[in-house]
Write a protein that binds this ligand. Structure first.
Ligand code: DCP
Ligand code: MG
Ligand code: MG
Length: 351
């Protein structure tokens, strides 16, 4: 069976976040970098790209190409926070998420039952959720291995997606430029060009050992890619430690009955999502309440059952201590860890 892999990458990530914070930037060419004109740009929006302004370009050169370029200082804290939100959305579809950077990840959705396991539809749904919950667009590539998923992701960027199916033609594969392979940078591209290798088709005439002799271990990778083969797995960084559903209300709610109704709705949705995690063992259940003044409290109880009554009981116990307007409610569970060896420390996407 073929795997179903989605590669997602946020569009002009840092710049798009800045546009979200200040929509007046949308009409302007924007570069993210030091406003004093020193250093290099982190990225630019698509308006600025029309002038040839791009990531890693010295700001001075960018200003030469586009004198009215609007420079905005990066705010990494914001990018990290939004990235965490985006990754939380990914984890709702699968645990097999491999973060590559703040704005980019591979998801293996082979086991995802949603949309009749149509990876294309899952990708579309993820992109819609990301837009709805963060206000940002992203692009997706869908394929049967990581190499093609990443390649496909760039095909309809920005705000698009593209599928490369398992029966993709050799012609399509052969026309891919070698520098689309991760690890083929400027220098190696030059080396290959000196050997008259520009596209994957230029690799086909070589035996595996020949490429290995010439380019070392990377040579065997080239041999495989030219044949559409990439066996790298999506390596999940974390084991899911909790699952919860929460909702921020349009208007704060103070009525006890109305809040109980909300717990009911959240509980329904929570059970639906929990269905995909039957392999895990629940250790505690919890209810989260955020009040109008942003005072936030999470009340945890040892797991007995997952009934609506159990969650409602916890809610009432806390709410009666502080009967005030609530802006957010959440219900969830924590799982027992299946062993700590898989729990690699990851700075970006901890629960
Ligand atoms: N970045 C950086 N320096 C680089 C490349 C990137 O600081 N040399 C940062 C800024 C980018 C973010 O990482 O916003 C994501 O990098 P991408 O390569 O995904 O580029 P963008 O998301 O900005 O644009 P695209 O729409 O092409 O994905
Ligand atoms: Mg990006
Ligand atoms: Mg990226």
């Amino acid at each position: 069976m073929f795997r179903k892999i989605i590669h997602i990458d946020m569009d002009y990530f840092y710049a798009q976040v800045e546009e979200l914070k200040d929509p007046s930037l949308k009409k302007l060419p924007v570069g993210i970098g030091s406003p004093d004109g020193r250093g290099v740009l982190c990225t630019s929006n698509y308006e600025a790209r029309k002038y040839g302004v791009k990531s890693a370009m010295p700001t001075k050169i960018a200003l030469g190409k586009c004198p009215h370029l609007k420079l905005v200082k990066p705010c990494f804290e914001d990018y990290k926070n939004i990235s965490a939100k985006v990754f939380e959305i990914f984890y709702e579809y699968t645990d097999l998420v491999e973060g590559i950077s703040l704005d980019e990840a591979y998801l293996d959705v082979s086991e995802c039952t949603e949309f009749d396991n149509s990876a294309f539809m899952i990708a579309r749904d993820i992109r819609q959720r990301v837009l709805k919950e963060t206000g940002l667009t992203c692009s997706a590539g869908i394929s049967f291995n990581k190499f093609f998923a990443k390649f496909a992701c760039e095909h309809n960027k920005p705000n698009g997606q593209f599928l490369i199916p398992p029966n993709v033609s050799s012609e399509f594969i052969h026309n891919i430029d070698v520098d689309k392979i991760s690890g083929v940078g400027k220098v190696f591209k030059e080396t290959l060009a000196n050997d008259n290798i520009y596209k994957l088709k230029d690799l086909i005439c070589f035996e595996r050992y020949e490429l290995q002799e010439r380019y070392g271990k990377f040579g065997t990778k080239l041999y495989d890619y030219a044949r559409g083969v990439d066996l790298r797995e999506v390596s999940a960084h974390r084991v899911r430690k909790s699952l919860s559903v929460e909702n921020t209300f349009f208007e704060d709610i103070s009525s006890h009955d109305e809040l109980s109704d909300k717990i009911h709705d959240l509980h329904d949705e929570f059970l639906r999502r929990l269905d995909k995690h039957k392999d895990k063992v629940v250790s505690t259940i919890f209810v989260k309440i955020k009040y109008h003044d942003f005072l936030s409290t999470t009340i945890e109880r040892q797991f007995k059952d997952l009934s609506l009554e159990s969650f409602t009981e916890i809610f009432i116990e806390r709410f009666t201590q502080r009967v005030e307007a609530v802006r957010l409610l959440g219900v969830g569970v924590k799982f027992k860890s299946a062993g700590s060896t898989l729990q690699l420390p990851l700075p970006f996407y901890e629960v």
